[in-house]
Design a protein around this ligand. Structure first.
Ligand code: PEP
Length: 248
C-alpha cells in the first residue's frame, strides 16, 4: 500500500532566522507518530535545520543536486554533501530549474542517478507548459521527461524514487489543475510505469504540485493516483502546510 507524502518547497525564500522559525512552527504541529512530511529548504539553511529536526518526524530535502559526484563544478552541491546534512530527498528537474537554469532531460537524469548513488531519494519533477497542454502535448511531454530518466537509470531505480507531476501553468500561478485533470495525468504516468514493472508502478508515490492549498488539497489528495503533494507557496506558512498535511 502506497503511503502519502507531503513535501514543501521553500524555493529561494526566507532568512536564516525565518527558516528556523518556520521549521519550529511546523514541528510544533506534528505528533511523534507523524511521518511522510518533508521540507525542501535552501541549502545554506540545512545545517541549522538538521539540528532542529534531529528528533522530529519532519524530514529534510534539497531543491536540487549536482549531476556529478565531485570536482570542478562551481556552485553545485553534491549528493554526498546533502547526505551529510541528513537530506532524505532531493528535487530533480523542478520546472524552475528547467526554465531558468537550463536543466535538460539528460542532466536531470544524471542528477537523479547521483542522488540515488548516495542514498538520497530523488523527486523527479515533470510537467507540461500551458502551450504544450493547449497543443494536446501533455502526455507526450511527460512521457519524454520520464523516458530520459528511465533510459539512464533503468526502471528498477524507480523503486527508490518519487515522481512529482507539476503542470508548469499551475506552479505559483494560483491556477490549480482540477482533480480530474491531475488524476488523468497521474493515472497515465502509473500506467506507463506499469508497462515496464507492475510492482514499481503500484508502489510509486506520484505527487501533485501546482498551487496546492489547504482549500483544494482534499479533493486532489482523494484521487486514486495522487499520493501526495509538492507544495511551494503554501509551505511558507506553517498552518497552511500543516492543514494540507492533515487533509491526507
Ligand atoms: C512548486 O514549487 O513545486 C510548486 C508547486 O509551487 P506552488 O505550490 O507555489 O505552485
Amino acid at each position: 500500500m502506497r503511503q502519502s507524502l507531503i513535501m514543501g518547497n521553500w524555493k529561494m525564500n526566507g532568512t536564516r532566522e525565518s527558516a528556523k522559525s518556520l521549521c519550529t512552527a511546523i514541528m510544533a504541529g506534528l505528533n511523534a507518530d507523524d511521518k511522510n512530511i518533508v521540507i525542501c529548504v535552501p541549502a545554506v539553511y540545512l545545517a541549522d535545520l538538521q539540528t532542529l529536526t534531529s528528533n522530529s518526524p519532519l524530514a529534510l530535502g534539497a531543491q536540487n543536486v549536482a549531476n556529478q559526484a565531485s570536482g570542478a563544478y562551481t556552485g553545485e552541491i553534491s549528493a554526498s554533501m546533502l547526505k551529510e546534512f541528513d537530506c532524505k530527498y532531493a528535487l530533480v528537474g523542478h520546472s524552475e530549474r528547467r526554465t531558468y537554469y537550463g536543466d535538460t532531460d539528460a542532466s536531470i537524469a544524471e542528477r537523479f542517478c547521483q542522488a540515488q548513488a548516495q542514498g538520497v531519494i530523488p523527486v523527479l519533477c515533470i510537467g507540461e507548459t500551458l502551450a504544450e497542454r493547449e497543443a494536446g502535448e501533455t502526455f507526450n511531454v511527460v512521457n519524454t521527461q520520464l523516458d530520459a530518466v528511465i533510459a539512464k537509470a533503468g526502471i528498477a531505480a524507480f523503486a527508490n524514487a518519487v515522481i512529482a507531476y507539476e503542470p508548469v501553468w499551475a506552479i505559483g500561478t494560483g491556477k490549480v489543475a482540477t482533480d480530474e485533470q491531475a488524476q488523468e495525468v497521474h493515472k497515465a504516468i502509473r500506467e506507463k510505469l506499469a508497462g515496464l514493472d507492475a510492482t514499481i508502478a503500484e508502489n510509486m508515490q506520484i505527487l501533485y504540485g501546482g498551487s496546492m492549498k489547504a482549500d483544494n488539497a482534499k479533493g486532489l489528495l482523494a484521487m486514486p493516483d495522487i499520493d501526495g503533494g509538492l507544495i511551494g507557496g503554501a509551505s511558507l506558512d506553517a498552518q497552511s502546510f500543516l492543514a494540507i498535511y492533515r487533509s491526507i
